[in-house]
Design a protein around this ligand. Structure first.
Ligand SMILES: C[S@@+](CC[C@H](N)C(=O)[O-])C[C@H]1O[C@@H](n2cnc3c(N)ncnc32)[C@H](O)[C@@H]1O
Length: 265
């Protein structure tokens, strides 16, 4: 029997070597993605130059993979993290057509876009304080009939949905202020501080959202927020203090923690 041809070794192409030398851990994969994205050798050189300069891969490509979908991510917008797929999965549970859903602190709108894709016919809203994020979220969410608002938390929502929200989902900033300086440069230098800094203990926005949530949730509606594992107990207490039935959920696979507060029926 004829031997099958050897698999080409792509791990030491000049492109992968250049990316590896610049500190890219997944150099081969990145090399393949950049090569696919470029329409000419000149464009490839430009993409590689930006990546080697430390621009996040997702900003160079213009998209991030999230829950198996391509989400548009524009420069200056928070790159959706793999762990946040757990938040999206928890929010999708028991979601039905006609439910009112808010993707709060939406950034690129990754979570809302996944929910809009998973369950056709939800009534989808999204909010971010950063107009750059809002522009990006519109590209990801409007195709599912979602509406995206600029502003500060629930103050940006139409009052017509007060008391009717079935799912209020938020990946709000939760890095303690003093820890922002120690984040990797890709985050510190290329993502806005408002997307990262959650105040003294990282839970300032969580407190404000928990306080506001009972006025927006329908009976039985849920507030779901991502948090760090060390913040989970405090976050659950914050939800309970707001009158919600609090619960902590974790995913070992994704190293993710979500606190859920359910509005009493
Ligand atoms: C950690 S990022 C998450 C973005 C997106 N949900 C995701 O998971 O990719 C937090 C987002 O919250 C937004 N944000 C921060 N403070 C806010 C506020 N007071 N009102 C609305 N959005 C806010 C930031 O602009 C940023 O886009």
């Amino acid at each position: 029997m004829a031997a099958s041809p050897p698999t080409p070794d792509r791990s030491h192409t000049p492109l992968a070597d250049e990316l590896r030398a610049a500190g890219c851990v997944f150099a081969e994969e990145e090399a393949a993605l950049l090569a696919d994205a470029a329409r000419s050798p000149e464009e490839l050189s430009e993409l590689v130059r930006r990546r080697v300069d430390g621009v996040p891969l997702e900003h160079v490509l213009g998209w991030a993979e999230f829950c198996g979908r391509r989400i548009v991510v524009e420069p200056g917008v928070f790159v959706p993290r793999r762990r946040t797929e757990f938040l999206a999965r928890c929010a999708a549970e028991r979601l039905r057509p006609g439910n009112v859903v808010v993707d709060m602190c939406c950034g690129s709108g990754a979570v809302g876009a996944v929910l809009g894709h998973e369950v056709a016919g939800i009534d989808l809203y999204a909010v971010d304080v950063d107009p750059v994020a809002v522009g990006c979220a519109r590209r990801n969410i409007e195709r599912f009939g979602g509406r995206v608002f600029t502003g500060d938390l629930c103050a940006a929502l139409p009052t017509s949905i007060a008391g009717r929200v079935d799912v209020l989902v938020a990946n709000a900033p939760y890095v303690p202020s003093r820890a922002v300086a120690f984040m990797p440069p890709e985050a510190r230098l290329h993502e806005p501080r408002v997307a990262l800094d959650g105040g003294g203990d990282g839970l300032d926005v969580h407190r404000r959202l928990a306080d506001a949530a009972p006025g927006w949730l329908a009976p039985g509606g849920r507030l779901l927020m991502e948090a760090g594992v060390s913040q989970a107990d405090t976050a659950a207490l914050i939800l309970a203090a707001a009158g919600l039935d609090a619960m902590v959920r974790t995913s070992e696979e994704l190293d993710a923690t979500v606190v859920v507060g359910t509005c009493p029926s």
